[in-house]
Design a protein around this ligand. Structure first.
Ligand SMILES: *Cc1c(COP(=O)(O)O)cnc(C)c1O
Length: 231
């Protein structure tokens, strides 16, 4: 079932790539495997997936040693500074950086681990009360403050768009995140690139791709609904 789901998602990605006149190589599917058991991740791996998204440090640590080492682990959830040290040597990219304090801790742990960690700045693009992420108007200042830090490299922006039944509702937000990345690119800040846009989930990844997404984060569409009571 997982294999078929992945094929189905990839078909929809291809359609969106064509519709948005994008290049298929510029769009990467992340399998969001939070709450799902290792056996299901293995199934996705065997179907060709190499990029996995998780939102809890504990869960990454539990799964990491049980799965092949060529997996690229993406941290997509809110990250507490005191937990960065556990994943600094494991994580491929951190999508959810929304404060200087967190970036400083990632910097410190990355330097300790002898590496540079690619990060994305999470933007609360719709200014929702309940959401993590920096306000769009504060993004540039945050990025300027992070730019000089060793051990971290800002690669772009990430957003979690509002929950909606109609993906078209989020087109304006995806477009706004893309525009923000263009605006920040034009500032030519040292050590900062804006090539990566992490946006779009099961309900709206096609629209996100049409509007410029480079990472789409799909959980339910690949693994089925999550059962938090059991997980
Ligand atoms: C859970 C989650 C996803 C995947 O959501 P689905 O609707 O199941 O595809 C994507 N991004 C983030 C940040 C998430 O927490």
């Amino acid at each position: 079932m997982i294999k078929e789901n992945i094929e189905d998602v990839k078909m929809h990605i291809d359609n969106a790539v064509n519709k948005g006149k994008r290049n298929v190589d510029d769009v990467t599917l992340i399998a969001v495997s939070k709450t799902k058991p290792v056996i299901m991740l293995k199934e996705a791996y065997d179907a060709g997936m190499r990029d996995f998204g998780e939102n809890k440090v504990q869960e990454i640590m539990e799964k990491y040693d049980k799965l092949p080492s060529d997996i690229r682990w993406h941290m997509i959830g809110h990250l507490q500074t005191n937990k960065v040290k556990y994943i600094a040597d494991k994580i491929y990219m951190i999508h959810s950086v929304d404060s200087l304090k967190l970036a400083e801790e990632i910097s410190k742990q990355a330097v300790k681990a002898g590496r540079v960690i690619p990060i994305l700045i999470e933007v609360n693009i719709a200014n929702e009360e309940s959401k993590f992420g920096v306000a769009p108007l504060d993004a540039e200042a945050l990025i300027r403050s992070i730019a000089p830090l060793p051990g971290v490299s800002v690669k772009g922006l990430m957003t979690v768009a509002p929950y909606t039944d109609d993906p078209e509702d989020n087109r304006t937000y995806f477009r706004a995140l893309k525009q923000l990345s263009v605006d920040i690119t034009s500032k030519n800040i040292d050590n900062i690139t804006m090539g990566v846009l992490s946006m779009g989930m099961t309900g709206d990844y096609e629209v996100a791709i049409e509007e410029g997404a480079s990472y789409v984060r799909v959980g339910t569409g690949i693994f089925g609904a999550r059962n938090y009571a059991v997980g």
